[in-house]
Structure formats: structure tokens, C-alpha cells
Design a protein around this ligand. Structure first.
Ligand SMILES: Nc1nc2c(ncn2[C@@H]2O[C@H](COP(=O)(O)OP(=O)(O)OP(=O)(O)O)[C@@H](O)[C@H]2O)c(=O)[nH]1
Ligand SMILES: [Mg+2]
Length: 293
């Protein structure tokens, strides 16, 4: 398992800016990647905003295993002041309606309290946050109904905090993707790298690809062998050779280009070419509840 860490200065600054804004927000919309619902959980959020109502949005469900996602949602929904939605943010036509409805439900008590105290209810404010590349800005644009936030298929795109108005009841703050200073479990860094949450320039893609091949073979035996025409039991490093062969990745001297094979493999995985795969399966001892105890 390769050790990965990515916590550049702009993330530390974003964390401070977010902590500052938290006082003004009524709830959190936490985006996580449906393929890795635990590895994409930012522990900083629990420290910064343990009390705020939280809507967890599992993004990229179009790339994740449906059966696994259903189990995760059950676990992530449980708890007071919490809800969990699954979304294909880029395509789902009901993104705005689902978010507005879920946020209204989670802030209902607060609104009622304001009315009881004779305060005219204002729009509720939600902070959208989560790991880089999870789809925060895409979500903001879908809700705003226009392309106001810059999005791209690479991590670290958003650098500033920006408010948008969903409707008269809800305002949402787009924030930069942030990670945290240390991944307790080395698998976390590797899974975040595999799914595209970490700047590729700092990664050893071959190591990440090998870790990922290992995970996929555990959960989905046979699919890599079929896709890349490899024998059952092929060693992980040899699997990269098979990938180079089937995708015709050769260096100038006609040797197999293993570095490009690693990169092509990870991009095929992220595009969903290998099917809908979840890289973290729910285990009884690893649920959200046990983590927060
Ligand atoms: N397949 C799929 N792609 C998505 C989904 N949501 C977002 N994307 C894509 O993911 C990429 C990243 O989206 P962004 O909205 O820029 O992500 P972000 O969370 O704002 O990223 P940072 O600003 O870097 O933290 C883009 O290429 C989106 O089109 C989804 O539900 N499914
Ligand atoms: Mg963004």
C-alpha cells in the first residue's frame, strides 16, 4: 500500500475560511464519492461542525455499484439531524428539487423556532463541502441553473468560497475541496487517488494502479482478467503488462509502457469503462456509527 498525502496551503486556507463561515450557516451538505463512502468522509467536518444538521450526498452513483450504494445509504442516513441522498449530479434532472426538499426538512425545526420567536424566516444557508473533485461545483451549477462555478475533471479546481441562491428558501456556499493533514489508514489515500481526488502530479500512478487492481480483484474477481485478457491468478505487476498489451501501449523501443498502462487503467476505471464498481464495501465493523463512537 503506497503512502499518499496531499494537503497544500490552499486547503489549509480553505479550512480556515470555512471554519469562519460556519457560524453563518444552518446546515452542511457533505459530498462524498459513492464509490468510496468512508475514504471520502472528511474527519475535519466532525471537528468543525459536530452539531449542524447534515445532508450527505453520495455523488457519482452512476459509477458505483448499485447494491453496495443502497447498503451505504441505509447506514449513512441513521442518526439525528442527518439524511443521505444519492445523485448522478451531472445528469439527474431532479437534483435541485431533491436538494431543496432535503435541506428544508433538515432545517425545519430551526425555521419553526424562528417563527415562534417572532423572527421572519430567512433563506436557510447550507455549506457544500467535501473532498476535491466530488462534484460540489457541478451541484452548485445545477441548482443555480447556470454555469457560475468553474468545474473540471481534476481535483483542486475551486479556490474561493461563493454563495449561490437556490430559491427563496435556500442559499448554498460552494467551497474548495479539502483533504486533511494525515490519512490514518493508508488505504484512504490510495482510494482517494484512484478515484481522482488527489493531484496526479504528486502521485506514483503505478503504485496507485497496483493498489487499485488489488482491491478490484478482491471485490470483483474476474472482471480485470476479462477486460485485459489476463489469466486467472496473474500477478498484480504482470496485470499492468497485460493492460499495456491490450491497449497497445508501447515505448519507442517497443517495450511495454507500464507507466502509461497505469494511467490508462485509472482513467478507464474513473470513466466507468470497467463497469459500476464500488471500491469500499460496507462491513459491519466499519459503519458510520462505529466511526463516530
Ligand atoms: N460521472 C459523474 N461525474 C460527475 C458527477 N458529479 C460531478 N461529476 C464530474 O466530476 C468532475 C468534478 O466536478 P466538480 O464539480 O468540478 O468537483 P468539485 O467537488 O467542485 O471539485 P473541486 O473544486 O476541485 O474541489 C467534473 O468532471 C464533473 O462533471 C456525477 O454524479 N457523476
Ligand atoms: Mg469545485
Amino acid at each position: 500500500m503506497v503512502a499518499v498525502q496531499w494537503y497544500p496551503g490552499h486547503m489549509e486556507k480553505a479550512r480556515r475560511d470555512m471554519a469562519e463561515q460556519l457560524k453563518a450557516v444552518d446546515m452542511i451538505i457533505e459530498l462524498r464519492d459513492a464509490r468510496i463512502p468512508l475514504a471520502s468522509r472528511n474527519p475535519i467536518l466532525d471537528e468543525m461542525a459536530p452539531q449542524k444538521p447534515r445532508l450527505i450526498v453520495l455523488s457519482k452513483i452512476d459509477l458505483a455499484d448499485e447494491a453496495e450504494t443502497a447498503k451505504w445509504v441505509e447506514s449513512l442516513k441513521s442518526g439525528d439531524n442527518r439524511d443521505c441522498l444519492t445523485l448522478d449530479i451531472a445528469k439527474d434532472k431532479t437534483v435541485k428539487k431533491q436538494i431543496v426538499t432535503a435541506c428544508a426538512e433538515l432545517t425545519k425545526e430551526k425555521k419553526e423556532r424562528m417563527i415562534r420567536r417572532g423572527i421572519r424566516p430567512r433563506a436557510m444557508r447550507a455549506m457544500a463541502c467535501g473532498i476535491p473533485n466530488a462534484g460540489k461545483s457541478t451541484l452548485i451549477n445545477r441548482i443555480a441553473g447556470r454555469t457560475s462555478a468553474k468545474t473540471a475533471d481534476k481535483p483542486g479546481v475551486t479556490r474561493a468560497l461563493t454563495w449561490i441562491k437556490a430559491d427563496s428558501t435556500l442559499e448554498i456556499l460552494d467551497t474548495p475541496g479539502v483533504l486533511w493533514p494525515k490519512f490514518e489508514d493508508p488505504r484512504t489515500g490510495s482510494l482517494l487517488a484512484a478515484t481522482g481526488a488527489i493531484n496526479e502530479n504528486i502521485l506514483d500512478l503505478k503504485e496507485i494502479a497496483m493498489d487499485t487492481i488489488h482491491v478490484i480483484r478482491e471485490y470483483y474477481p474476474g472482471i480485470l482478467e476479462t477486460e485485459y485478457r489476463a489469466e486467472e491468478g496473474t500477478r498484480t505487476d504482470v496485470m499492468l503488462e497485460r493492460i499495456a498489451e491490450t491497449r497497445h501501449l508501447l515505448k519507442e523501443n517497443n517495450a511495454l509502457d507500464i507507466d502509461r498502462a497505469a494511467s490508462v487503467f485509472l482513467h478507464e476505471l474513473r470513466r466507468g469503462k470497467l463497469g459500476r464498481l464500488s471500491l469500499e464495501w460496507i462491513k459491519n465493523d466499519e459503519t458510520e456509527k462505529s466511526l463516530s463512537e
